[in-house]
Write a protein that binds this ligand. Structure first.
Ligand SMILES: *Cc1c(COP(=O)(O)O)cnc(C)c1O
Length: 228
């Protein structure tokens, strides 16, 4: 355990350095980029090692898994910030609002409606990101780029939600740079300050193209085994 803990601390230091370099070399302030440590499938011990190394922002794909791992850690580290980066079913929206500080997979109107109700009821307001399906991939969730203005207006004017940014997962096996550019432009046109884009393989590219949060799992925690 000791060796895997220092492995994680070293990875955090090295990814943080690469984030700084990528930001500086594109003329950006490194403080404008947040590292989200994606801890899905990894045990609490790995998350604790990251916390001890100073990491405070985490991402998980599944509500159940996050609910099993994070509540005790949130008590120990009140400044821990947890983002949902996987699909959200409406029947888990209440639990998600209670647990997460950011929900990055807002992708349909009925989910927005349920979240708006739950947020008002719980008086808890996680940051919200609209997931955009830039590649129009049928197997992927997300609003199509041309629907973003309508969907955003339905969320804000229609439901009174505050939307913080956009999130994307570009198609695999293609140069992600044009997709990152497209998301950054769409966010700018929509008046949204945040762009969640870039993973272990391409976070430096994403930063060069305007990412404000990068979601990095494998490069911090190692390869994922089977899902919990
Ligand atoms: C798993 C996941 C990541 C992290 O992927 P790595 O390649 O392990 O860095 C980022 N974003 C989303 C939406 C994910 O599901």
């Amino acid at each position: 355990m000791q060796s895997s803990m220092s492995f994680i601390a070293q990875n955090i230091a090295s990814v943080t350095r690469k984030i700084e370099t990528a930001a500086l070399s594109s003329g950006r302030d490194p403080d404008t980029v947040t590292l989200i440590a994606v801890s899905k499938t990894h045990p609490i011990q790995a998350i604790e090692a990251a916390l001890k190394a100073g990491q405070r922002v985490f991402g998980e794909n599944r509500v159940q898994e996050a609910a099993a791992k994070f509540p005790p850690l949130k008590l120990l580290y009140p400044d821990l910030e947890l983002h949902l980066i996987g699909p959200l079913q409406t029947n888990k929206a209440a639990q998600a609002v209670a647990l997460f500080d950011g929900i990055q997979t807002l992708d349909r109107l009925n989910l927005a409606e349920v979240l708006a109700k739950e947020m008002a009821k719980q008086d808890r307001f996680p940051r919200l990101y609209i997931e955009v399906n830039l590649g129009r991939e049928p197997q992927k969730a997300g609003v199509t780029p041309e629907d973003v203005p309508f969907f955003l207006k339905a969320c804000t004017t229609g439901l009174g939600l505050k939307i913080d940014g956009l999130m994307c997962i570009p198609p695999q096996g293609q140069d992600p740079a044009p997709y990152f550019d497209q998301l950054a432009l769409l966010a700018e046109q929509s008046g949204l300050p945040r762009c969640s884009m870039g993973m272990s393989g391409d976070y430096e590219t994403a930063i060069a193209h305007g990412a404000t949060e990068v979601r990095v799992g494998t490069a911090l925690f190692g390869e994922r085994g089977s899902l919990l």
